[in-house]
Design a protein around this ligand. Structure first.
Ligand SMILES: C[S@@+](CC[C@H](N)C(=O)[O-])C[C@H]1O[C@@H](n2cnc3c(N)ncnc32)[C@H](O)[C@@H]1O
Length: 233
């Protein structure tokens, strides 16, 4: 090995890279134009819970920024305390954003039916509060909250079209229902990011749904899947 190659191999950057790779991680500089997004992620973590790593958080902002030039509105199903919704808001500009979550409606309603009981059993008392999310997102334009059990909470919104959707309902059933509602309403070239792709149940829902569809399905190594809609579908 030449002295230059040896110096390169033993440089602090190379050693750090090898150490991180051995632990299944990477370290990479982010282009100047995305530095503001890193600040937004940091600021969001300071203000509320954000249930994803920085790569996933940055991925959402990258796709939202790209989707701004497409026709359609934006949506998130699975909001909790609004962490990822705030990231979407930071990147969406004036595009309307629809947010779907049970919030505190399951605790309020003593007579939950079987569907609501499944969600309640999975999440227990861990739900975001609508007022908390409204306060967090108060400074952003055109944000609409749709509290209640999805997809019932989307009744009356069938005419909407979407350029970007973040689907983060945790459970395979909610994921299947989310795809059934959002996919036909995605604009050509529109993007849907699914969370929890490491979960075999959720992954199976995507595999089944896109088995006979032409859309591009990109498994991202930080726990998300990205669907890019081809044509009208
Ligand atoms: C993983 S959390 C969302 C985290 C959020 N996207 C973030 O990263 O900050 C999932 C949320 O989906 C909600 N949820 C799950 N199934 C639902 C359904 N069928 N209808 C409405 N909300 C649901 C849960 O109450 C919970 O708040």
């Amino acid at each position: 090995m030449s002295p230059a190659a040896l110096r390169q191999r033993l440089s602090p950057g190379a050693l750090l890279r090898r150490l991180l790779a051995a632990r299944g991680s990477i370290q990479t500089p982010v282009a100047t134009e995305w530095r503001a997004s890193l600040t937004a992620i940091d600021e969001t973590r300071r203000r509320t819970a954000l249930l994803m790593n920085d790569a996933a958080a940055l991925q959402i902002q990258i796709c939202v920024a790209a989707a701004r030039r497409l026709p359609g509105e934006m949506a998130e199903a699975g909001v909790l305390t609004g962490g990822s919704a705030r990231l979407i808001c930071e990147a969406k500009g004036q595009t309307p954003l629809h947010l779907f979550d049970v919030f505190e409606t399951l605790q309020e309603d003593g007579t939950v039916d079987a569907e609501a009981a499944v969600v309640r059993a999975h999440f227990g008392a861990v739900h975001g509060q609508r007022i908390q999310v409204e306060r967090l997102l108060a400074g952003y334009p055109a944000v609409m909250l749709h509290p209640g059990l999805f997809p019932r909470s989307a009744a009356g919104l069938e005419a909407l079209r979407f350029s970007f959707v973040h689907l983060d309902l945790d459970l395979p059933k909610g994921t299947r229902e989310g795809l059934a509602f959002f996919y036909p309403r995605l604009s050509p070239g529109g993007m849907l990011i699914g969370d929890d792709y490491g979960d075999p149940g959720v992954r199976g829902v995507f595999a089944d749904y896109f088995a006979d569809r032409p859309d591009t399905v990109i498994a991202l190594p930080w726990g998300q899947v990205l669907i890019v809609k081809q044509g009208e579908g």
